[in-house]
Design a protein around this ligand. Structure first.
Ligand code: NAD
Ligand code: MG
Length: 394
C-alpha cells in the first residue's frame, strides 16, 4: 500500500547529504515530491536538479546567482520559482506547502532555516549538526513549541533514536555509546600529523562526505560535535555520553541500559539508510542500500579514542561542560580553522590550537537568545581570523 504523498524542502540539495536524499526520493515517486531545492552558489548544478525533480521553488543563497537561476529556469521551461538570499531558505523551510524539511546545509549557515522549520512544526530531518551545537537549547525549545518532529539523520543519532524507547523515557538508560571510525589517521601519533594535506584529510576510509565534515572526522571534532548534538537531542548529560572507536563503521551507535542490555543499530555505511528512515518514519522503505553481509565483514573491532593525538574531542567535552555560549565558540572557531586548513593557511595540528585559543579567550556566559548566539558566532569568527597568523602553518 502506498503511504501519503509528502512534499520536501531540501536545503543543501547540491551536497553529499542532498544527493543521498534525492537518490532515496527518486526511488519512491509515489510517496515524495520536491517542493523546494537550495544550493549556495552552484547555479548549474541546481538547474540540473530542477530539470530532474521539477520543484515549486529553487533557492540560490548567494544572491549573485539569482539572474542565472531565473533565466536558466525559464530556458528550461520550468514553472519553478527562482528565489535568492539566505532569507529565502527560512521562507521555504516554513512554507505550509512543504511538510518535510531536510536540513542538509553545512555549518552555522543552516541555523536560521533549521530553526524556521522547527518553529513551523515540520517533520525535520536534521543533518546540519552545527545548528544543534550552536543553539541546541533554542532549537529543542522551537521543536517543542512548534510541534515539529525532529528525526536525526546523523548516522550515530539516527541509530540511537532507533534504539531508545519511542515514548521518550530515559530512566533505564545507562549510557549512549557513539561509535567513531577514527578517521583516516587512526593509529598515528600526534607528531606524525603535522604535514597532513587537505586531500589526505578528506580521504575518509568508510564514508564519502563534504569536505568540512571530512576534516572534522579526521580531527575527531566531528565526534565532539556529535557528543554535543546527542546531549541536546536525547536530553542526557555529558557524563552519560561516551565515544568508542569502531573502524568498520557498521555499528552506527549503541544504547546501554541499566539491566545490562545493549541495543545497537547496524548497517552498511551509507547515509541513505538514515535518510529513508526519516523520510518514511514510522514506516520503512527501500533506501537502495545493500543488505549487510556479516560473514563477509567477519569481524568488528573496538578501541578507545586517542585523546592525545586528537585533542578536538576533549575540546568539545570542555565546551559542553562549560555550557552557555561555549559550544557556539567551539563551533565558530572550528569552522574558521577547517576553512583555513582547506585553503592551505593553517596546518592540521593548528586546528585544535586555534579552537583552544578561542575557548581560552572566551569569558563564558549564558547562551542567551538567537541574536546573542549569532553575535558570539560572529565575534568568535573575527577573533579566530585575527589569531590565524600566529598559528602553525602547513
Ligand atoms: P556538502 O559540503 O557536501 O554540502 C553542503 C550543502 O550546503 C551544499 O548544498 C551547499 O550548496 C550548501 N551550502 C554551503 N554553504 C552554504 C551557505 N553559506 N549557505 C547556504 N547553503 C550553503 O556537505 P555534506 O557532507 O552534505 O554535509 C551537510 C551537513 O550534514 C553538515 O552539517 C554535515 O555535518 C552533516 N552530515 C553529513 C554527513 C555526510 O555523510 N555527508 C553525515 C552526517 C552529517
Ligand atoms: Mg555522524
Amino acid at each position: 500500500m502506498a503511504g501519503p504523498l509528502n512534499t520536501l524542502a531540501l536545503l543543501g540539495a547540491t551536497g553529499s547529504i542532498g544527493g543521498s536524499t534525492l537518490d532515496v526520493v527518486a526511488r519512491h515517486p509515489d510517496r515524495f515530491r520536491i517542493g523546494a531545492l537550495s544550493a549556495h552558489s552552484r547555479v548549474d548544478e541546481l538547474l540540473a536538479l530542477c530539470a530532474r525533480f521539477r520543484p515549486d521553488a529553487a533557492v540560490i543563497t548567494d544572491p549573485a546567482g539569482y539572474g542565472a537561476l531565473r533565466d536558466g529556469l525559464q530556458a528550461l521551461g520550468l514553472p519553478t520559482r527562482a528565489m535568492a538570499g539566505p532569507a529565502a531558505l527560512d521562507e521555504v523551510a516554513a512554507d505550509p506547502a512543504n511538510d518535510i524539511v531536510v536540513a542538509a546545509i553545512v555549518g552555522a549557515a543552516g541555523m536560521a532555516s533549521t530553526l524556521a522549520a522547527a518553529r513551523a512544526g515540520k517533520r525535520l530531518l536534521l543533518a546540519n549538526k552545527e545548528s544543534v551545537v550552536l543553539a541546541g537549547d533554542l532549537l529543542m525549545q522551537a521543536v517543542r513549541e512548534g510541534g515539529a518532529t525532529l528525526l536525526p539523520v546523523d548516522s550515530e543519532h539516527n541509530a540511537i533514536y532507533q534504539c531508545l524507547p519511542a515514548d521518550g523515557q530515559r530512566g533505564g538508560v545507562r549510557r549512549l555509546l557513539l561509535t567513531a571510525s577514527g578517521g583516516p589517521f587512526r593509529g598515528r601519533r600526534r607528531e606524525d600529523l603535522a604535514d597532513i594535506t587537505p586531500d589526505q584529510a578528506c580521504a575518509h576510509p568508510n564514508w564519502v562526505m563534504g569536505r568540512k565534515i571530512s576534516v572534522d572526522s579526521a580531527t575527531l571534532m566531528n565526534k565532539g560535535l556529535e557528543v554535543i548534538e546527542a546531549r541536546h537531542l536525547f536530553g542526557l548529560p555529558a557524563s552519560q555520553i561516551e565515544v568508542v572507536v569502531h573502524p568498520q563503521s557498521v555499528i552506527h551507535s549503541l544504547v546501554d541500559y541499566v539491566d545490562g542490555s545493549v541495543l545497537a543499530q547496524l548497517g552498511n555505511p551509507d547515509m541513505r539508510t538514515a535518510l529513508a528512515y526519516g523520510l518514511a518514519w514510522p514506516e520503512r522503505i527501500d533506501s537502495g542500500v545493500a543488505p549487510l553481509d556479516l560473514t563477509e565483514l567477519a569481524r568488528f573491532d573496538f578501541e578507545p579514542p586517542d585523546r592525545a593525538a586528537f585533542p578536538c574531542l576533549d575540546l568539545a567535552y570542555r565546551a559542553l561542560e562549560a555550557g552557555g555560549s561555549a559550544p557556539a565558540v567551539l563551533n565558530a572557531a572550528n569552522e574558521i580553522a577547517v576553512s583555513a586548513f582547506l585553503q592551505g593557511q593553517l596546518g592540521f595540528l593548528g586546528i585544535p590550537d586555534l579552537i583552544r585559543a578561542c575557548l581560552d579567550a572566551h569569558p563564558g556566559g549564558p547562551a542567551g537568545d538567537l541574536d546573542q548566539l549569532m553575535q558570539t558566532d560572529a565575534d568568535t569568527r573575527r577573533a579566530a581570523e585575527s589569531l590565524l597568523p600566529r598559528m602553525r602553518k602547513p
